[in-house]
Design a protein around this ligand. Structure first.
Ligand SMILES: Cc1ncc(COP(=O)(O)O)c(C=O)c1O
Length: 468
């Protein structure tokens, strides 16, 4: 009998966590259960997910920025269907796939500066790995400079550029030739560049961890320094790119910024097929692929797959046809206005970091005595706990998926699809207001739930001998 995926999905409905626990990742299932993300999703469309009870959720997590045009977009499905129905062969191996060239041309038309060549891969981390290698080959130097709080993926090279100790722990030693600098510290950057061994300086114009929008002047000065010391600038737009920030790339907010290499992934896939892109100059490519026997010296078996190329092309046309980049700016301004209007009313709410629909909502220490005590108590248990006081009720009470923006930062990030409607914005703002009202009552039920989760996590940590 031919395999029937629908039967498998029907048979596993509601049992997915047990199965996943047994065969894939039991620790992750534990986390999902503690924070109440153990729901069985059965349908996704646009900005929405439906669980097994038929309840509709607003997905502002969007798989950390993959679903920029929402789920199941008809244009992406049509392009993929056409590809499936076509006889056109992919992955011949020794071949020059035309869709790759067309997608490369489309990307080049949209990026700043004189970038004219694209390398395709299958994920963000792979796009970054290519960038690191290309910069080494071009400059003949070993070192990469990265920023604190940076996140560029979790393969060995990309992990070496991670600004967060918790990701690195257990996997060290990583690439020894890398140096961390703090955003804004130009002196440290120049001191490091002046040593003359730096191939590249890699940055996210808006850091995903914490939604930290890097200062324009800092990046322009860093560019001058990189040019002075012949170091390539790698701009990681894997989360901030593809229209999310209200420009095609977040670096395009900064006039005159022209990175040497740009990395894209996530939303470029249209939400169906993994896809990464490393966009650079012919001059860089010529140093990597510098002779016929090195014509495929950096490559991947699954690179440039027809499905991925079709999905990428369809995604770019959706961004244009639906005018989504302009929409990102309009909607982003509405979120900002709504959140900022709440700041004076709620002591825990401190502000908003926003460009387009890349939004971080900042929380912090309150002023009044009783709320201060609640803040201290929760942070003593776990510095990551307070953000869950927002994330959990948004999911439980209001059916909105969000997540904390990084380890130990009381910032909740939202990455809504760019094609949400006005009612979705209202849904979120009303929900946030309700969560805030309830959290400002201490003692109260919102805090009891949080303490229960905190204690549960603490007990689990103790059992595993991981306290402190
Ligand atoms: C800025 C940035 N760079 C790189 C990556 C890695 O991408 P992937 O998970 O596809 O390897 C991510 C993923 O979250 C990211 O946000």
């Amino acid at each position: 009998m031919p395999l029937d995926i629908n039967t498998i999905l029907a048979e596993t409905r509601g049992k997915n966590f047990e199965l996943f626990e047994e065969y894939v990742n039991p620790v992750f299932v534990k986390v999902l259960r503690i924070i109440g993300f153990n729901r069985s999703w059965i349908r996704g469309e646009g900005a929405y997910l439906w669980d097994e009870n038929g309840t509709r959720y607003l997905d502002f997590l969007a798989n950390w920025g993959v679903f920029t045009i929402g789920r199941r977009h008809p244009a992406i499905r049509a392009a993929l269907q056409q590809m499936l129905d076509s006889d056109f062969p992919g992955w011949v191996g020794f071949d020059a796939p035309p869709l790759a060239a067309v997608l490369a041309r489309e990307l080049i038309n949209r990026v700043p500066g004189n970038l004219d060549t694209v390398y395709f891969s299958n994920s963000g981390a792979e796009a970054v790995e290519a960038a690191i290698k290309f910069a080494r080959a071009t400059t003949g130097r070993p070192r990469t400079i990265h920023l604190s709080k940076a996140f560029h993926g979790l393969t060995m090279g990309a992990l070496s550029l991670n600004g967060e100790a918790s990701f690195r722990r257990g996997f060290e030693p990583l690439l020894p030739e890398n140096s961390l600098v703090v955003p804004g510290d130009l002196e440290a950057l120049e001191a490091r560049l002046a040593l003359g061994d730096v191939a590249s300086f890699v940055f996210e114009p808006i850091q995903g961890k914490g939604v930290n929008i890097l200062d324009d002047k800092y990046l322009l000065a860093a560019q001058d320094l990189c040019r002075k010391y012949n170091t390539l600038m790698i701009c990681d737009e894997i989360q901030s790119g593809m229209g999310r920030s209200g420009r095609f790339l977040a670096c395009q907010w900064i006039e005159g910024l022209q990175p040497d290499i740009i990395c894209l992934a996530k939303a470029l896939s249209g939400g169906y097929v993994p896809l990464g892109a490393t966009i650079t100059r012919r001059e860089v490519y010529d140093r990597v692929y510098d002779s016929m026997d090195r014509a495929i010296v950096h490559a991947s078996t699954y690179g440039m797959g027809n499905m991925a190329m079709a999905a990428g092309l369809a995604t770019l046309s959706v961004l244009d046809d639906e005018n989504l980049i302009t929409r990102a700016n309009e909607l982003g301004a509405r979120f900002r206005k709504g959140i900022e209007a709440m700041v004076p009313r709620f002591e825990f709410l401190k502000g908003v970091r926003q460009r387009g629909l890349m939004i971080g909502i900042e929380f912090g220490k309150p002023d009044s005595m009783s709320l201060k005590a609640a803040w201290a108590m929760v942070n003593k248990i776990d510095e990551n706990l307070f953000a869950q006081a927002i994330v959990i009720p948004l999911l439980d009470d209001h059916h909105i998926l969000t997540q904390v923006a990084g380890h130990g930062v009381p910032i909740v990030k939202i990455l809504p699809p760019l094609n949400i409607d006005d009612a979705d914005v209202e849904w979120f703002l009303k929900a946030l207001e309700d969560v805030m009202v309830k959290l400002h009552k201490f003692p109260g039920p919102a805090w009891e739930v949080l303490m229960k989760i905190g204690n549960h996590a603490l007990t689990a940590k103790k059992r595993e001998g991981r306290t402190g």
